[in-house]
Design a binder for this molecule. Sequence first.
Ligand code: F7E
Length: 342
Amino acid sequence: MKLALITGITGQDGSYLADYLLTNDYEVHGVVRRTSSLERSRLAHLFKNPDIYNKRLFLHYADLEDITALRRIFLGIQADELYHLAGQSHVGLSFPMAEMTCDLTAIGTLRLLEIMRDMPGKPRLFHPSSSEIFGQPKSFPQNEDTPYLPTSPYGCAKAFATQIVKVYRDCYGLFACNGIMYNHESPRRGENFVSRKICRAAAAIKLGLQSKLVLGNLDAERDWGYAPDYVRGMWLSLQQQKADDYLFATGETHSVRELVDLAFNAMDLKWESYVELDTTLFRPSEPLRLVGNASKAKHELGWMPSCSFQELINLITRTEFDSLQQLGSERPLSGGIAFNRT
Ligand code: F7E
């Protein structure tokens, strides 16, 4: 049985990756931050399974800044594969929280590489890079050779982390891969990312639980895919003979406005009646359009995206509708206008 260690296991990607690896007979260890809330809802289905939790799925407490705790966990587990998914992943919030973002995302990755260098049996490392490293690219679609021109603290931190992974691979022979991930969404996406925020609002408005949706830049264009596909790409990257970098994207671009239109259409609503713009939600700078060319991953890994943009937005909106209907109005909507300023 192979052993995998996942930092950021409670996030969207971490939870899908845990599902994927457990289905493929792995023993999975996750590193989690200590927080005052014990809610780890994306893993709830695994905790409930007596054949999985504390049998093939184990959680360990450590912060990314706590090198001693991390080193102890890494040495204790001696994983075959290490998926480093933890970090501050909200691009908008990286402007007010620039130092924290760079410390976790850039220096956090370097700290992990340093621990790996000293380990006797070195795991294979997957690092999720981001299309944000390209910022305002000069060529479309982007590929693995497109120069980095990040426009946010998050993009800068990811550019550093991506490059340092390559440096450690080349200098120290580590099996370390970057996956350049374009936006990938699902019903498990955090509520302050635009796909989930919009789909949740459309469902809540349909159910009479919310009256309006406040958004920032509707003209931004992104390449949006389905998160479980991207998690499969992470695993495939580590199954190759040689460590390399791969870009994961659908090759299609859509605007935030199109996303709004699809989500509200799925609920038979006209979005123009409910959406308000708020300039404070615009970022100081951001990529206008990003679209990726995943030919290398398709040819070398046999990777393919499985879900169209319309299917993805329908899936998230309908899942929101069902879960909000079940919850009724008992739970306050954190994705609603009162709380969500991102
Ligand atoms: O924004 C615009 C916003 O926050 C998408 C992360 O996973 O993908 C993600 O980063 C677009 C941007 O994702 C709102 O300005 C308009 O143009 O869902 P998002 P992101 O910033 O693209 C990349 C690849 C990553 O690596 C990141 O970790 O939507 N937008 N109005 C808004 N965005 C948000 N969040 N909220 C709004 O109200």
